[in-house]
Write a protein that binds this ligand. Structure first.
Ligand SMILES: C[S@@+](CC[C@H](N)C(=O)[O-])C[C@H]1O[C@@H](n2cnc3c(N)ncnc32)[C@H](O)[C@@H]1O
Length: 225
């Protein structure tokens, strides 16, 4: 049976869809972040990576593609296999792990990242999990790392609250791209030199069952899953 998340990816087949417009913005931002990275290896960590088409799009023909190493973590085996197929020739230094990205044990031996991707997570988890994940960023990514995150802006639009969480974690905003109210938002944060890395919690997030339709307010407790 085709999984919910495989069906979700089918929206990418329509170039006019919100998914496709968001992807275009992510690919452009990712390409710039990788181009601006200091010389040497660029360690990427993409959590809930889907089929990796953002990295494949950004790295295809990119001058720094050979410098990119790291891991994509995706729970759905079909999407993980799709990522392997898309990235094998484009960025052979990237590995795809079919695992639970909410569990730091799935990737803690690949830390810290120079580029951290948190795309398609914050619209599908409880506010407490958004806060926990953002607070963990200084432990996930090196000082100076770029952190890309997305969140839809349907009501209640919590993107200002998310940006404040990043600011409080010592990761100020470098860019914020949005298609407007009700659309998508894409943020780029930079891990500041003063960001302090606390020990990682045993769990960062758990997707809710009502994927993409979460309407809880920031400050509400973790939903039962
Ligand atoms: C909204 S999609 C985003 C995919 C991709 N990041 C993108 O922006 O195109 C969410 C993805 O998270 C994956 N996922 C959900 N829970 C997960 C978990 N606990 N660990 C790893 N991946 C998970 C889903 O299978 C799905 O591919």
């Amino acid at each position: 049976m085709t999984s919910h998340w495989v069906r979700w990816h089918q929206a990418y087949d329509d170039p006019a869809s919100m998914n496709s417009r968001r992807l275009e913005a992510v690919v452009a931002m990712l390409g710039q972040v990788i181009a601006a990275a200091p010389a040497g290896p660029i360690r990427v960590l993409s959590l809930c990576s889907g089929d990796g088409r953002d990295l494949a799009g950004a790295l295809s023909g990119h001058l720094r593609a050979a410098d990119v190493t790291g891991v994509l973590v995706e729970a759905d085996p079909d999407l993980a296999a799709g990522a392997v197929a898309k990235l094998a020739a484009v960025a052979p230094g990237l590995a795809v792990r079919c695992a639970d990205a909410g569990d730091p044990a799935s990737f803690d031996h690949n830390l810290p990242a120079d580029v951290l991707m948190l795309c398609g997570i914050f619209g599908n988890v409880a506010p407490a999990d958004v806060a926990a994940t953002v607070a963990a960023v200084p432990a996930l990514a090196a000082p100076g790392a770029g952190v890309l995150w997305t969140r839809h802006r349907r009501q209640p639009d919590i993107t200002p609250w998310i940006r404040q969480r990043f600011h409080d974690a010592g990761c100020p905003a470098e860019a914020f791209v949005t298609s407007g109210p009700g659309g998508f938002a894409l943020g780029l944060q930079r891990v500041g030199p003063g960001a302090s890395a606390a020990p990682l919690p045993p769990r960062l997030f758990t997707f809710t069952t009502t994927a993409g339709e979460w309407g809880a307010q920031p400050g509400a407790g973790r939903r039962p899953t």
